[in-house]
Design a protein around this ligand. Structure first.
Ligand code: SF4
Length: 340
């Protein structure tokens, strides 16, 4: 039986037409699902009984289970179990501008980034739109407030699950759905070039972030194997096309790894690479884990790196640190649980 959260509003309209009902019922149902947050179709009061009975036969509402939460002042980390017993994670962060959630898009990940705890588990499967949406619904239920920002940056490479992730975006962005503004949604990719080009034509004003993490191919090949398939120059060419079509500023994520990518030369090379691109650089102090040998760059080195980029008039920030006490680096909660 399908999960109702998997359907976009257009797919629901088609469904209602296919059972001989008017398509506007899709809007009514979206309001019940995402604004009134019903758990059972019987709670619906403005759709006739026979249709509700049919919905019960054709669909379930929600399937994932929250099995663990680690809480800190500014960040909560959630572990979910899916129907096939796979584990996925989400992270909630509180900011002065609202609450953001970092959602997973796959069980495991095939990109194999060397610094990433999630990459240690090869991809088992893609997540369905419903399984990504439910991460938001369950966390909203837990905190009793609305999530305002969504980053698709948890476990998985979202562009390796393109259809489901873009359907997820359509559903959460819909004003009758969760109504999360497209400018409040960020998709982060390790740089899958054909999908960057496809995403340039996706008609939603969603932010794109590139997990760059290195200023040249030599370093990037070592820490991100996907770079051998889509090297930096190919990513940059794709981004030029993406920008010419969308006019949207691009974010570059850069994890600061001690002795690997954090020298003065690296900063200068990064500046050269990004000069002239309408972008924003996000320096991320690395969250060390027991299973991976990389260390976090020293604070002075991060500050110096930041200064060089700033001096060259690129937009840059150092990401505020979230949850180093509670395994908030992606994949850490799942891996801790599986080690038990
Ligand atoms: S950093 Fe992202 S893309 Fe790379 S292995 Fe981890 S989850 Fe996959």
């Amino acid at each position: 039986m399908r999960n109702i959260y998997d359907l976009t509003i257009e797919e629901l309209e088609e469904y209602f037409l296919s059972i001989g009902e008017k398509k506007f019922k899709a809007i009514q149902l979206f309001v019940w699902l995402y604004q009134k947050k019903i758990k059972d179709f019987s709670e619906i009061t403005d759709i006739k009984k026979s249709v509700i009975e049919r919905l019960k036969i054709d669909f379930t509402i929600g399937k994932i289970n929250l099995i663990k939460v680690e809480r800190d002042i500014e960040v909560n980390k959630y572990l979910f179990e899916l129907t096939d017993k796979s584990l996925i994670e989400s992270v909630l962060m509180r900011h002065d501008y609202g609450t953001s959630i970092c959602v997973s898009s796959q069980v495991g990940c095939n990109m194999g980034c060397k610094f990433c705890e999630s990459g240690r588990l090869k991809k088992v499967r893609d997540l369905l739109p419903s399984e990504i949406i439910e991460q938001i619904l369950k966390v909203e239920e837990d905190i009793g407030e609305k999530i305002t920002h969504v980053v698709i940056m948890g476990i998985g490479e979202p562009f390796d699950n393109y259809e489901n992730v873009t359907n997820f975006i359509k559903i959460i962005n819909n004003p009758k759905g969760l109504s999360i503004g497209s400018r409040h949604i960020t998709l982060s990719t390790s740089g899958i070039v054909p999908k960057i080009l496809k995403f340039a034509d996706f008609p939603y004003q969603v932010n794109l972030a590139i997990s760059l993490h290195a200023p040249n191919n030599e370093i990037r090949n070592k820490i991100m194997p996907i770079n051998k398939v889509y090297p930096i120059e190919k990513i940059m060419d794709a981004l030029k096309i993406y920008y010419s079509k969308t006019k949207r500023r691009i974010t570059f994520e850069y994890i600061m790894l001690d002795g690997i990518n954090d020298s003065k030369d690296n900063a200068e090379e990064l500046v050269k690479l990004l000069k002239g691109i309408n972008c924003y650089v996000n320096l991320i102090p690395y969250n060390e884990t027991n299973n991976i040998e990389y260390k976090r760059s020293k604070k002075e080195k991060i500050d110096k790196f930041y200064d060089i980029i700033k001096k060259n008039n690129l937009n840059v920030t150092i990401r505020r640190e979230f949850g180093t006490n509670i395994s908030a680096a992606c994949g850490q909660l799942r891996s801790k649980r599986e080690d038990i």
